[in-house]
Design a protein around this ligand. Structure first.
Ligand SMILES: NC(=O)c1ccc[n+]([C@@H]2O[C@H](COP(=O)([O-])OP(=O)(O)OC[C@H]3O[C@@H](n4cnc5c(N)ncnc54)[C@H](O)[C@@H]3O)[C@@H](O)[C@H]2O)c1
Ligand SMILES: O=c1ccn([C@@H]2O[C@H](COP(=O)(O)OP(=O)(O)O[C@H]3O[C@H](CO)[C@@H](O)[C@H](O)[C@H]3O)[C@@H](O)[C@H]2O)c(=O)[nH]1
Length: 484
């Protein structure tokens, strides 16, 4: 539904052109929320030539960013932030008043985490950001939501925006658009500068035109452009994540079968992946998906469907979630089996098998090239093993600090060698290059009992076994702690 506050198209484009002619850049952009998405978007907008201010309510985060420091790990992003903070094109503030009379386009990239104890998304941060913008913008502007939201949010916020603007009587006409973000952590800069596609939910030609100007560079490189209505734009985002989660759980469901009857899940994935209709990507069986997106997004989608009276429609996602969570249990069970086999137990109680065993945990980030431990399968497994009595030596090249903030009781060490030294078992849970390139002969020297569970199926099992380190993978049939 179009917002009642749509500025005349000619007035807007004329304004941008005038700014460009004055040499002040095509548009000034604010990015609200400077987390994984927002900090990346702000830096990339500066890279595209815009003047950018990032706004966050977390003063510590803003102080660090303003000094050119990235508060999290993302390849290539720190360099971009330093470059544009130094050039003066990128600034950071906690004060909405600095952007209200300044920016032409305001992107909202605040969090939409899972609500505590529920499946639904917590919309408090998006609502607060929209409200703060509505109460501080004093010129013509476009607000562009990028956060991942339940379908219907943009319509609701457009109504809220109109109400707030009418009540506060500030100058300028302000419209809302929705532009979901598809970046992957670890590839955030590349995905933002050269996205696979750009999707915009717009209520007017004017809004589309403004967004075409913002994304002129990727458009010039023939990036597919999908301009649609609000609900479609919102749904594209959650549909993409639901599809990706389903693909991962699909292959992991087959892992459960190969674990029961034998067979090689990696060969199976390669074979079906050759079919172009299926494709090989996102068919890597292992400890499953985690992070700040896929798990909470499939849960929020189920919650939203239920609100719409469509509980059965998205019920399959609860099965995908369950398959995914069973992968974490599988790794714990494998560790128990492997260690129980030492004592000659056919089946041991987890506590009996794990008590006192030193387990090297290789990786706790939810994926490589990120320090993000939100809903990390790796960290979950490490914590479960610790809770069951294992002595866990945890090493992640980037995520130790974030993991320690969540689970301080685990023993965090500073190098992979330290983790492996005297260990009774090693478990690879995040496929960092450092782990994929480990020398198995050196691993064999370091460990008390050389053996490894490959929770991501990335190692060459034969080569490792030949070097003296037997490896058990996911999707592999295992009897008495050893491959059948
Ligand atoms: N992380 C990703 O890879 C990614 C990719 C695509 C989409 N998304 C979506 O983007 C959104 C943000 O995700 P994220 O991972 O960057 O979260 P994040 O937690 O890293 O960052 C959110 C930021 O918003 C700030 N914030 C909260 N309320 C605010 C307010 N009222 N005003 C200003 N700042 C405020 C927080 O302090 C925090 O710094 C979510 O909806 C997520 O689903 C994330
Ligand atoms: O074959 C695979 C592929 C991935 N994963 C796991 O799935 C999770 C998510 O991986 P990925 O999708 O690469 O990371 P994210 O950075 O969370 O990105 C997803 O979530 C973002 C936030 O919504 C979207 O923007 C991206 O398009 C979407 O890929 C990680 O735990 C991976 O280890 C697997 O287990 N097997």
């Amino acid at each position: 539904m179009p917002s009642p506050e749509i500025p005349a198209r000619s007035r807007w484009t004329g304004h941008c052109r005038q700014q460009a002619e004055e040499g002040g850049g095509i548009v000034r952009i604010s990015v609200i929320g400077t987390g994984y998405l927002g900090a990346t978007h702000a830096a990339c907008m500066a890279e595209l030539g815009f003047e950018v201010i990032g706004v966050d309510i977390d003063p510590a985060k803003i102080e660090r960013l303003a000094r050119g420091e990235l508060p999290f790990h993302e390849p290539g992003l720190a360099e971009l932030i330093v470059k544009h903070v130094e050039s003066g094109r990128l600034r950071f503030t906690t004060d909405y008043a600095e952007v209200g009379g300044w920016a032409d386009v305001h992107f909202i990239g605040v969090g939409t985490p899972q609500r505590s104890g529920e499946h639904a998304a917590d919309m408090r941060y998006v609502d607060a950001a929209l409200t703060s913008l509505a109460e501080s913008i004093s010129k013509d502007a476009l607000i562009v939501g990028k956060s991942t939201v339940p379908v219907g949010t943009a319509d609701r916020l457009a109504g809220l925006l109109a109400q707030l603007r009418a009540a506060n009587g500030l100058p300028g006409t302000v419209e809302l658009a929705w532009n979901p973000e598809f970046l992957r952590e670890g590839f955030a800069v590349k995905d933002t500068l050269t996205p696979d596609r750009i999707v915009v939910g717009v209520a007017s030609e004017h809004a589309e035109q403004v967004l075409r100007e913002v994304y002129a560079a990727p458009l010039a490189a023939d990036t597919p452009w999908i301009a649609t209505d609000f609900p479609t734009a919102e749904l594209v985002k959650v549909a993409a994540n639901a599809f990706l989660a389903t693909k991962i759980s699909f292959i992991n469901a087959f892992s459960e079968i190969t674990e029961a009857v034998g067979g090689d899940i990696r060969t199976l994935a390669d074979a079906i992946g050759h079919d172009a209709r299926i494709g090989r990507r996102f068919l890597n069986a292992g400890v499953g998906f985690g992070g700040g997106c896929l798990p909470k997004d499939i849960r929020a989608l189920q919650a939203r469907a239920a609100e719409l009276g469509l509980t059965s429609t998205m019920r399959f996602l609860s099965e995908m979630d369950a398959i995914n969570l069973r992968r974490r249990e599988r790794v714990v069970d494998l560790a128990v089996d492997v260690l129980a086999a030492d004592a000659g137990h056919r089946r041991a109680a987890p506590v009996q098998a794990l008590q006192g065993a030193r387990i090297a945990i290789l990786g706790v980030a939810f994926k490589p090239d990120s320090d993000d431990v939100r809903d990390s399968p790796a960290l979950d497994v490490a914590n479960r093993l610790y809770t069951l009595g294992a002595d866990t030596a945890v090493y992640d090249p980037e995520a130790n600090a974030n993991a320690a903030a969540r689970f301080p009781r685990l023993d965090y060490v500073d190098s992979v060698e330290e983790a492996l030294r005297d260990a009774d078992l090693a478990i690879l849970l995040t496929e960092w290059r450092e782990f994929r390139e480990l020398d198995p002969a050196r691993v064999a020297e370091l460990m008390a009992t050389p053996r490894l569970i490959d929770g991501r199926n990335v190692l060459d099992r034969d080569a490792w076994a030949a070097a003296g380190v037997p490896v058990v993978g996911m999707g592999q049939k295992v009897v008495h702690g050893a491959p059948a």
